[in-house]
Design a protein around this ligand. Structure first.
Ligand SMILES: *Cc1c(COP(=O)(O)O)cnc(C)c1O
Length: 360
């Protein structure tokens, strides 16, 4: 079977060497030496000053929202994974959707201002499939209306924007290190900010608000992560360049093979590099997409409709709204298999199966 993604796993002996250390120290969680080492290595790899390793990408968003003391309404994108919206609702804040740009698949900055009310406290935008949002335009709007900005960078590990890590932008950026992502620690997440005071606050929040064993500095939750997860993160970081190179090669092969398919993909931000996290294609019509998907499944190949349906229409806790471009793209998009172990021959097969349906 060929799934849409498969987690990268390092050689088992390498991971076992980390386990030996954990057994020796008997320190399993609560920011042990491996979790600290992972934070150091990630800061170095990403060339950023501050980040925190947390439980997962969803808790990262929740800590970010809490730390910025957001209230009322948050403007966000309906074309993302459910956690982007659910984290907002979970904090008792109303998500207000703004449509996407049909070329980049990211929130359309020119539609944001019309959605701002006196209750709006922030913008939470996703760098969809790792493609940077229109950061400059969003920043201008935020400054003009005194709004905070959080970027959900769950897909954007390894992406740079204007020569700096994408995670340097916004008041806070978050990332997910879930097993299905490009770079993972099995479960895991990151919060990133340039503001040292905000970092300190989030560090307290991650650990129940503890300031020493008998004092509390903040409201907090359990947002920590374990030594076992940190070990996987450290181990996988050694392979990150190899992982991205392989995905690049596969993506270029897909591009070549899909030339004659009636479809398009997102327009990538010019100030940025691609991390090859996903392989989304948008077919000219939904019927063709569905037929292609059916034919792939018949061959035990499982692409996924990321992100369908639109979050603006499918969540029982949010009033449904029509969003012209999101609804249209969500109906026609299909993410094709892309992972380290995928072979060029398998890419050939996938593309031939799509072409066969189209040319029938
Ligand atoms: C995966 C993902 C998340 C959630 O991350 P977890 O680590 O699974 O909690 C949030 N936002 C987006 C856009 C994602 O793709």
């Amino acid at each position: 079977m060929i799934p849409v993604t498969k987690p990268f796993l390092p050689p088992q002996e390498e991971y076992e060497a980390y386990l030996k250390g954990i057994w020796k120290r008997q320190w399993l969680t609560n920011m042990g030496p491996l979790a600290n080492e992972l934070e150091l290595q990630l800061k170095n790899h990403l060339q950023i000053d501050h980040l925190l390793f947390v439980t997962n990408g969803t808790v990262a968003l929740q800590i970010a929202i809490k730390a910025l003391e957001l209230t009322g309404e948050i403007i966000t994108t309906p074309f993302s994974f459910v956690a982007t919206t659910s984290s907002i609702a979970w904090e008792g804040i109303k998500p207000v959707f703004v449509d996407i740009d049909p070329k980049t698949f990211n929130i359309d900055p020119s539609a944001i201002e019309a959605a701002i009310t006196e209750k709006t406290s922030a913008i939470i935008a996703t760098h969809v499939y790792g493609n940077p949002c229109d950061i400059d335009a969003i920043q201008l709007i935020a400054e003009k209306h005194n709004l905070k900005v959080i970027y959900d960078g769950a897909h954007a590990f390894g992406v740079n924007y204007k020569g700096k890590s994408i995670f340097e932008y916004g008041d806070i950026s978050t990332c997910s290190l879930h097993a299905t992502k490009l770079y993972h620690s099995i479960e895991g997440g990151l919060v990133i900010t340039k503001d040292p005071d905000l970092l300190k606050k989030m560090a307290y929040m991650r650990n129940f608000g503890f300031d020493g064993p008998e004092r509390f500095a903040e409201l907090g939750i359990n947002g920590k992560n374990s030594e076992f997860h940190a070990a996987m993160g450290l181990n996988n970081l050694k392979y990150i360049n190899q992982i991205i190179d392989k995905r690049k090669e596969l993506t270029q092969h897909y591009d070549k093979m899909l030339k004659n398919v009636k479809c398009f993909t997102q327009e990538w931000n010019r100030n940025s590099n691609c991390n090859y996290a996903y392989l989304p294609i948008v077919f000219n019509d939904e019927q063709l997409m569905l037929k292609c998907m059916e034919n792939l499944i018949a061959y035990n190949i499982y692409p996924r409709r990321y992100f369908y349906p639109s979050l603006a229409k499918s969540l029982p806790y949010v009033d449904p709204v029509e969003m012209k471009h999101t609804d249209d793209i969500a109906r026609r998009v299909l993410c094709l298999p892309l992972y380290y172990d995928l072979s060029k021959e398998e890419v050939d097969l996938i593309c031939r199966l799509i072409l066969r349906v189209q040319n029938n």
